[in-house]
Structures are given as structure tokens and as C-alpha cells.
Design a binder for this molecule. Structure first.
Ligand code: F0G
Length: 362
């Protein structure tokens, strides 16, 4: 076999900072902490669309294929690189699970101490395993995400720790690259972009990305931004803080989002909307996309798909539209919920050809 030339060696994907450096607040001397995140697949969901009675093209941005299996890696490569650049020693975040997994991984790679504050008992098992495995100091707070973020903000104000939640602008910068990639992959901007909304950093980031690509003349339009919250945690939809947010989509179990205003701005200026979906609607979409497309998302990622189903029923999506949706986290993050929802147990069998044949009706 021939060895690749040195040119080929350096043209493989090396993470989103190197790919989109000219759009990011980095210089030639910024240390780049990367796990080669980004460049995720865009998957067309024809079966799903047919099943829900839509007549449009739907592409899912498969962010569960990032190194820690969620979109957070895009923001974290930036936040941790900037933390190293400013010689921070400790990074900290509050999290419903994915931010902490990502922060812990990138901090490990940068040899930084990482502290994560999680709402005790409301973290999907895969995410907790990640924080522990990557070696973060993991603190289970007797409260919800909003309580944890309040404490993290106060710790950040001491100047002794670097906060890597999306209140850190570097996070938004990194996450906006998902919008760049969608435009690059489609060769144009979509008409609508659907995504889940929790702390509201990602809707803010996507809108920033779409606007920047439009301003740079790379695309000639911008999508309408369509965000979805869980009905039990819908502060932006209802215009009021939820003191006790509740939903099975634990990733978006947030009652007082940090980027509330920026999210409202994105929705207004893109002529989009924000809606809410019940846990039942989330579970329906969660199962449907897995069973019609082989795409296993975590419950929060199914919220915008549930929203899309409602929009189709309401006749809100014009025929022939081009829609993108963020599959924000991988389904394997939350195996307990998946097994519970699938509601099917493996069928036990004797280890014989006859017994198995009988079971499958051959
Ligand atoms: N989807 C998943 C899988 C998430 O983990 C999150 C947020 C969101 C959607 C919502 O994104 O907060 O930018 O509006 N997770 C955060 C965390 C809060 O701590 O992992 P957002």
C-alpha cells in the first residue's frame, strides 16, 4: 500500500477550529485543544417525513457523532482552547449532563482540573459515566440545573475558575460552526432549522452562524429558527421562569435559560417561532425516528422532531421546503429511558436451533 503524501496527511479533518479559524476568535498562537470534533453527517430522513405526512426534505445534523456524542464538543474545543490561552487552571460548569461530559473530556486533554455541578438524580447514566471516566470532580447538587448554574456564576465571579457554560462567549463561537457545516453540506441555507432549546445557547449559536455565512455572501438566505422546549420546562414559550422544570428530556430540564434574550432575538429576527411539546409527544418522535430511520437520538433531540410533527398537522410547513434539524445528543447517552420506552424485553430462548426457529416462526 502506498503511503499518503504529506499533503494528504494534513488535509484530513482536524477539528472545527482549524477548519473555520477565519470566523473564530483565535490567532496563530492560540493553543488548539481538539478531539477533531465537527464535520458531522447530515442525514436525510425520507421515511420519517413520509410517515408524518410531510412533503419536504428533512436533513438531520447528526451531532451525536461528535467525540463525546453531543454538539457540546463544538463549543468546548473553543472554550477550553481559550482557557488554556489565558492560562486558566480550573474549568467549571453546571450541566444537565452533556456539557459536563464534553468539558471533562477536553479538560483531560488539556491537563486542566475540571469541576462539574450536576442536578442530583436527574442526569442520564451515560453522561454521568463520561464525567466520572474523564476524571472530572463531579458534584451532585441537591437542586436543579438553574441552581447549579447560579453557584457556578458566583464561583466564576471570584476569578479563580473559568466558567465553560454557554455564558462563556467562546462556547457560542464554536457552536455556530454547525450552521456553517449545514450550509456547506447543502450548498445553501435551509428554509427552516428545528432544534431543542434548554439553556438557549445553541439556538443563539446557530443563528449567529447562519447570519455570518449570509453576511459573508456564502449563502443568499437564512433559515427561520424553530425552537422547541419540553412542556414542563418551557420558560421562553410561556414568558416566565419555571421554578420546578420537569421533563423526561433531562438535557433540557431548565427553568431559567441563560441565553433567553438571545433566543428571543433569534426567533424574532429570523421570523421563526418557539413551541413546546409534551413528554408523550417527545417519546412518540423519539421512537419513530429510531424505528423508521435507524437514528437513535436522546429524548431532548426528539423535541424538535415532535414539534415538526405538530407543524405538519397544522399545515405550517410549505410543500418542497428544505428543513434541517439538530440531533443534539446520541441516544446511547440515556439507555435507561430507551429501554423503558421500547417496552419490549428480550425473549429468552434455549440455545438450540429448534427453539430459536420456533420463536421467529421459521
Ligand atoms: N439537546 C441536548 C442533548 C442538550 O444536552 C442540550 C443542553 C440541549 C439540547 C439544549 O441546548 O442549552 O444550548 O439550549 N444541554 C446543556 C448541558 C444544558 O448541560 O448539557 P441549549
Amino acid at each position: 500500500m502506498q503511503h499518503p503524501s504529506s499533503k494528504e496527511q494534513i488535509t484530513h479533518w482536524q477539528g472545527l477550529i482549524r477548519q473555520y479559524a477565519s470566523y473564530l476568535p483565535v490567532t496563530d498562537t492560540t493553543p488548539i485543544i481538539t478531539l477533531n470534533e465537527g464535520n458531522t453527517l447530515l442525514i436525510k430522513l425520507d421515511n420519517f417525513v413520509r410517515k408524518i405526512g410531510g412533503e419536504f426534505d428533512l436533513y438531520l445534523k447528526y451531532e451525536g457523532l461528535n467525540p463525546t456524542a453531543s454538539f457540546k464538543d463544538r463549543g468546548m474545543t473553543m472554550a477550553i482552547s481559550k482557557a488554556v490561552e489565558k492560562k486558566a487552571e480550573v474549568v467549571i460548569c453546571a450541566s444537565t449532563g452533556n456539557t459536563s461530559a464534553s468539558a471533562a473530556a477536553y479538560a483531560a486533554r488539556a491537563n486542566l482540573k475540571c469541576v462539574v455541578l450536576l442536578p442530583d438524580g436527574n442526569i442520564a447514566m451515560g453522561k454521568l459515566a463520561q464525567a466520572l471516566m474523564y476524571g472530572a470532580q463531579t458534584i451532585a447538587v441537591d437542586g436543579n440545573f438553574d441552581d447549579a448554574l447560579r453557584i457556578v456564576r458566583e464561583l466564576g465571579a471570584t476569578g479563580k475558575v473559568e466558567v465553560v457554560n454557554s455564558i462563556n462567549p467562546s462556547r457560542i463561537e464554536g457552536q455556530k460552526t454547525a450552521a456553517f457545516e449545514i450550509c456547506d453540506q447543502l450548498g445553501r441555507a435551509p428554509d427552516f432549522h428545528f432544534l431543542p432549546v434548554g439553556n438557549a445557547g445553541n439556538i443563539t449559536a446557530y443563528w449567529k452562524g447562519y447570519q455570518e455565512y449570509h453576511a459573508a455572501g456564502i449563502v443568499n438566505a437564512r433559515p427561520r429558527m424553530c425552537g422547541y422546549q419540553a412542556a414542563g420546562a418551557a420558560p421562553i414559550v410561556d414568558g416566565q421562569i419555571y421554578e420546578h422544570p420537569e421533563t423526561i428530556a433531562t438535557a433540557i430540564r431548565i427553568g431559567n435559560p441563560a441565553s433567553w434574550q438571545a433566543a428571543n432575538h433569534a426567533i424574532k429576527s429570523s421570523d421563526g417561532w418557539i413551541g413546546k411539546v409534551t413528554d408523550e409527544e417527545i417519546v412518540e418522535a423519539y421512537m419513530l425516528v429510531a424505528q423508521t430511520e435507524g437514528v437513535f437520538v436522546e429524548p431532548a433531540s426528539a423535541a424538535p422532531l415532535a414539534g415538526l410533527i405538530k407543524c405538519v398537522k397544522a399545515g405550517r410547513i410549505p410543500e418542497g421546503s428544505l428543513i434541517s434539524a439538530t440531533m443534539s445528543g446520541h441516544g446511547l447517552k440515556d439507555p435507561d429511558r430507551a429501554i423503558q420506552c421500547a417496552a419490549k424485553k428480550p425473549i429468552k430462548s434455549e440455545a438450540t436451533l429448534e427453539a430459536v426457529s420456533k420463536l421467529i416462526g421459521l
